[in-house]
Design a protein around this ligand. Structure first.
Ligand SMILES: [Mg+2]
Length: 197
């Protein structure tokens, strides 16, 4: 790490990134009578995997999403790494969750003792405009389309958590990672690079 390194505004997704990506499955398996395992989830859209109609899924989501969000466990090492990052950087969570879930989301961060500076719930997967508005210097995501779109539109590095549902070729600014423990090295390197003369 360079001796001088900048404070970065980090854009961070919530579901499947800070929360464990498998946390939706047990709820859906129970609701729709299947036993899907995490490695079998090779696509982001779960509706075809459960062989249900979009209407049935969204009816379920409306009734149960708050419970799922309230009870999602954090990803391994997320808490420790985010505390370390928060000492130097600004943590801006940008999520597709519905804005109506804001209070329970903040409560979740408090209960889980996960640091945050700002939490933005868009109600949409399109994060490019908000990430640009927030001037994020690096983004951390689990959704393939978001990672590619953010890297290409903002020309910032994106760390993509490797999951069965986000496989595919990546633009050069997107790096696939397997653990939160890999994150500080990438953030430090980028912060140092931005300070280089
Ligand atoms: Mg996500």
């Amino acid at each position: 790490m360079s001796l001088v390194s900048r404070t970065l505004r980090l854009g961070i997704d919530i579901d499947g990134t800070v929360t464990n990506p498998a946390s939706f499955l047990s709820h859906l398996n129970r609701a729709f009578g299947k036993r899907l395992l995490y490695p079998q989830v090779r696509q982001y859209d779960l509706i075809p995997l459960y062989e249900i109609t979009p209407e049935a899924f969204w009816r379920w989501y409306e009734r149960h999403s708050a419970d799922v969000y309230r009870t999602s466990p954090p990803s391994p090492f997320a808490r420790d790494v985010l505390h370390r990052l928060a000492r130097q950087h600004t943590l801006i969570y940008i999520s597709a969750r519905e804005p109506e879930h804001y209070d329970l989301t903040v409560q979740w961060f408090e209960t889980q003792r996960i640091p945050y500076h700002k939490i933005i719930l868009l109600g949409s997967h399109d994060k490019v405009d908000e990430a640009r508005r927030q001037k994020v210097a690096l983004f951390i995501e689990d959704r393939y389309e978001n990672a590619c779109a953010l890297a290409e539109a903002l020309q910032v590095p994106v760390l993509l958590f490797d999951t069965p549902y986000n496989q595919g070729p990546l633009p050069s600014l997107v790096t696939r990672i397997r653990s939160w423990r890999e994150v500080p090295a990438y953030v430090d390197a980028h912060a140092g690079r931005l300070c280089a003369p």
